[in-house]
Design a protein around this ligand. Sequence first.
Ligand code: SUG
Length: 445
Amino acid sequence: MQHFEVNFDGLVGPTHNYAGLSFGNVASLNSAQSSSNPRSAAKQGLRKMKALHDMGMVQGVLAPQERPDVDTLRRLGFTGSDHEVLAKAAKQAPAIFRACCSASSMWTANAATVSPSADTANGKVHFTPANLTNKFHRSLEPTVTGRILKAMFSSDRHFQHHTHLPDNEHFGDEGAANHTRLCSQYGHAGVEVFVYGRYAFDASKPAPTKFPARQTYEASQAVARLHGLSEDSTVYIQQNPEVIDQGVFHNDVIAVGNQNVLFYHQQAFSDTQGKLREIEDKLGADMHFIEVPSSAVSVADAVSTYLFNTQLITLPNGQMIIVAPTECEEHPGVASYLSELTSGNGPISDVRYFDVKQSMRNGGGPACLRLRVAMNGDELAAVNPHVLMNDALFSRLNQWVDKHYRDELAVDDLQDPQLLVESRTALDELTQILHLGSVYPFQQD
Ligand code: SUG
C-alpha cells in the first residue's frame, strides 16, 4: 500500500498581529506592537501550501481559531454584550485583551502530537492536542484544536483523539514542535523522538535559567503512553538548556527530521552522541545524521534565519528537498551552507525558498506552519476531503481571504467591534468551505 506524509498548514487568521506575547521567542518580542498584514500573511501561507501541492505532495489546510476569544474574556469576568466585553477588556486589562486576540493557532506544529498507525499499539493514527500551557495566549487553543482535528479526521476506525494533557506547566506540551518521527519508509514502524526542555518533577536536573523550557519530560512520556508507543521505539532527548536561553524556544528551531535524516545543530541536544546511537539502535536501520557545527552556523544565526525551522520533504520521486524561509537565502553564510548541503552526495538534494515573513516576524517559520500526519492510502481516503489542497480550494481560499481580511492591522485595531464581526463572518464561511461543522464557540451559542 502507498504511504504519504501529509502537511496540514495553518491558515493565518483574520486577527494576525504582533503583540509581543512570547517571552523566550526573540522575533515575537522584537516585533511587539508593530502593525501586521493579515491578508498578505494568509496569502504567503496559501502560496506555500499550493507550491507543495504542485510538487506532488498531499497538502492539507488547518482552520484558524476564533479571535478575539470572547468566551475566555467572559470567564475572566468581563460582562455585557460581546462588544461591551471587548471594550471593557481592552480598557481595563489591555495585555490580557491582546493575548485573547492572538492568531497564534496558525502555527500548527504546535497544534498536536501525531503518531502514525505503524507506531501505535492499536494500529490507529493518534492525535493529542498540545495544551501549550507556558503561554497564556496559546493555552486558549487546545479545545478548539481538538474539535477541528476531529472534524478533519473523523473515522473511529482509523483515528483516535485524546484530550490535551492537564493544563498545568508540569505537563507543558508543545506538540509536534518538540516531536520528530524517524523511519526508513513512512509506512514502516519508526522511532518517535520527544525533545523536552526540563523535568517538572525533579528540580535537581539541568534546566534553562533565562527563558522558559516549555516542554516537560513528563508531558512527553504521557503523550507516548496515550498513543500506545513502545519503549523500544521511543527516544527522549533533553534539549540543551543553553540554547533555550539563546532563543530556541522549541526544538523545531534547532533540529528537523524526515525519514532517516536528522538535520540538527551541534548544540541542539544534551548527550547528543548517546542519543543518536539510541535512535539508530531502536530504528535498526542506518540514519543520516547531519550535524551543523557552530563554526559553520552560530546558534544566533540559526535563530534569526530559521535554518532548522525548515521542512524536509520527500517528493513522490523519492527525492528529499528542504523548504526554507527566504531569511536563509538572504543570509550569505546560511545560503552558502545550504547550497553546499544540497549540491553534494548527501540525502538532501535541493532547496526551495519561501517568503513567510509575516509569520517569521512572530517566530514562525515554514515548519511551524505545518502539522505532519503520515498515513496509508486507506487512512488518507478517510480524511475530510474538503481540507485537502487542490487548484479549486486554493482559488476559493484566496477569494475568501480577499473578501474578509484586512490589509493592515495595528494592535489598537483589535478592539474594533467590527473586527469581531468580520472574523466571525469569515470563519463561519470557512467552516462551510472546509465542511468542518460548528467548531467555534460563536457557532455553538
Ligand atoms: O508560540 N509566536 C509563537 C510561534 C510559534 C512557532 N512555532 C514553532 N516553533 N513550532 C509562539 O511563540 C507570538 C505571538 C505574538 O507575540 O503576538 C507567538 O505566539
